[in-house]
Design a protein around this ligand. Structure first.
Ligand SMILES: [Zn+2]
Ligand SMILES: [Zn+2]
Length: 302
């Protein structure tokens, strides 16, 4: 599991930082999460192949989370893309994008498929044989979802020396990987655990931006490997969290602690601050394992 930050600021682009966008590489998928202004330039800068992006997840319709989308959709067209592009976003985004395309007569030649979201409960919105994606309903000034990306349980690992020794035919390897006991060539039932090893634990990534402090999300994100939680403000500006429906670094850390996640990544910093270290310092008073997002930074969770 690998996360690349393309934009870590809230509100407006600045010389050193873009508004929100990230790429999550998980089990051969390249998921683009939010698509603020500047996203396609950052994709190029970080050498992420456009053709590998097949699914885009948009949290909400504030501009700092999707103003880069129509440009990216158009660029895909100019690059003569043929593969489907799926966009998961709040109801309304389809109308915005299609209007822009209609007025510029720039239809895509590839299938552009919108999955409009409107539920207030967590729902499964994407699934393949290795990964599931659920929404995380958030509380913000407009309808907003975070996203939980979960690896499915990995298969058990066969110990080739032990299966040979146990005289098990290759035809049963599939069953062994799935955890079943199997009979060997002599008709003896072999206990699965004697010839296989435990799989690597399944990983998960919970993306939560933008939101006011909200303990309702804890059961959904519980025990996640990594939590990205917005931290727009420092403690001294905590009062701003109420009208803007954002969180402080310390509130993000409190959610991380209560949800028992392994690692917390902070981001969506307000442009009013110079430097990010104070966010880490304040969060660490509550939760120890804190990382700071920064444009162009890649985190590996293997
Ligand atoms: Zn935002
Ligand atoms: Zn917002």
């Amino acid at each position: 599991m690998k996360l690349t930050i393309l934009g870590c600021h809230s509100a407006t682009p600045s010389i050193n930082a873009n508004p929100t966008a990230q790429v999550l590489e998980i089990k051969n998928n390249m998921f683009l999460i939010d698509c603020g202004e500047g996203t396609q330039v950052e994709l190029r800068r970080n050498k992420i192949k456009f053709s590998r992006i097949k699914h885009i997840f948009i949290s909400h319709l504030h501009g700092d989370h999707y103003f880069g989308l129509v440009g990216l959709v158009n660029t895909f067209s100019l690059l003569t893309r043929e593969t489907e592009l799926h966009i998961y976003a709040p109801k309304g985004l389809k109308e915005v994008i299609l209007l822009q395309m209609k007025l510029s007569a720039s239809w895509t030649q590839y299938p552009l498929i919108f999955h409009e979201l409107s539920s207030d409960a967590s729902e499964l919105i994407y699934e393949d044989d290795k990964v599931e994606v659920y929404t995380i309903p958030l509380k913000h000034r407009v309808y907003t979802n975070g996203f939980l990306f979960k690896e499915k349980e990995n298969e058990r690992k066969i110990d080739i020396n032990l299966v040979t020794e146990a005289n098990i035919d290759k035809a049963y390897f599939r069953k062994l990987k799935q955890g079943f006991d199997v009979e060997n060539e002599d008709g003896v039932l072999i206990n699965n655990k004697k010839v296989t090893k435990d799989p690597k634990p399944a990983k998960s990534y919970a993306y939560c931006s933008d939101t006011i402090y909200n303990e309702d999300i804890i059961p959904i994100i519980k025990d996640s490997t990594v939590l990205y939680h917005e931290s727009t403000f420092l403690d001294k500006n905590e009062a701003l969290c109420i009208p803007t429906k954002h969180s402080t670094a310390k509130q993000a850390a409190t959610i991380a602690k209560k949800a028992n996640v392994e690692t917390l990544i902070l981001g969506h910093y307000s442009t009013r601050y110079n430097g990010y270290n104070d966010f880490k310092t304040e969060a660490k008073t509550v939760f120890n394992n804190v990382l700071l997002s920064k444009d162009g930074k890649t985190f590996n969770f293997d």
